[in-house]
Design a protein around this ligand. Structure first.
Ligand SMILES: Cc1cc2nc3c(=O)[nH]c(=O)nc-3n(C[C@H](O)[C@H](O)[C@H](O)COP(=O)(O)O)c2cc1C
Length: 202
């Protein structure tokens, strides 16, 4: 059985919905799963200036933020962030920048990593953001798992082979096809991370 952690930032809930779907897919494939937002770092006045952001922060359903222990515990790591000017949100990057100690000890090598995102427009940087998040896995020595198309026939219609993604346009929440792709990504991560974990323990 694989240990999977879903580490994400979400300001208005879209990436959180993808994170939950990915977690559901991993659990369905038999994994033990932790779903962990990273800490909010934006100044309160910025949050107050955006109704949806304020609502999300004020009704935050998570009581535990991502920790280095979560990364060490996991066989598979899924990273999620909204697209922010074509890259991941600084809140996620700030957390990733605390992993130097684990990296130096080689504790993040040989884990399986995968990424997912949401952007408001289809050409607004979905793939660039996923690739930017995946960059950290190269440095950790992790194995990068793209979503691809082959894991499920639905991905030929709805999928982004880089990773689950959602075009939120006028603030719409992820639809069934986006959460479906995230579920497939979670199941695929659980399967591959579980198999590699078993190999490395044998
Ligand atoms: C500062 C900022 C920068 C953004 N940059 C982009 C962008 O480059 N491309 C895009 O399509 N959407 C961009 N967006 C829109 C978000 O990616 C989009 O609303 C996303 O669905 C939010 O996800 P969340 O609900 O998980 O926070 C940006 C939003 C903010 C607040």
């Amino acid at each position: 059985m694989a240990n999977i952690v879903v580490v994400f930032y979400s300001a208005t809930g879209n990436v959180a919905a993808l994170a939950e779907a990915l977690a559901e897919g991993a659990r369905g494939a038999g994994a033990e799963v932790r779903v962990r937002p990273v800490a909010e770092r934006a100044p309160r006045e910025a949050i107050e200036g955006n109704r949806r952001w304020k609502e999300w922060v004020d009704n935050n359903p998570y009581d535990t933020v991502a920790s280095l222990d979560d990364l060490e515990w996991a066989d598979g790591i899924a990273l999620g962030s909204p697209t922010r000017f074509g890259a991941a949100a600084e809140q996620l990057k700030a957390f990733l920048d605390t992993t130097g100690g684990l990296w130096a000890q080689g504790k993040l090598a040989s884990k399986v990593g995968t990424s997912f995102t949401s952007a408001s427009t289809g050409h607004g940087g979905l793939e660039a953001t996923i690739v930017a998040m995946n960059m950290v896995f190269y440095h950790w020595g992790s194995l990068i798992m793209p979503l691809g198309y082959a894991a499920d026939p639905s991905l030929m219609e709805t999928g982004n082979p880089y990773g689950a993604s959602w075009v939120s346009r006028k603030s719409a929440a992820p639809d069934d096809s986006a959460t479906g792709a995230a579920r497939v990504q979670g199941a695929r991560l659980a399967g591959i991370a579980g198999a590699l974990g078993a190999l490395s323990r044998s």
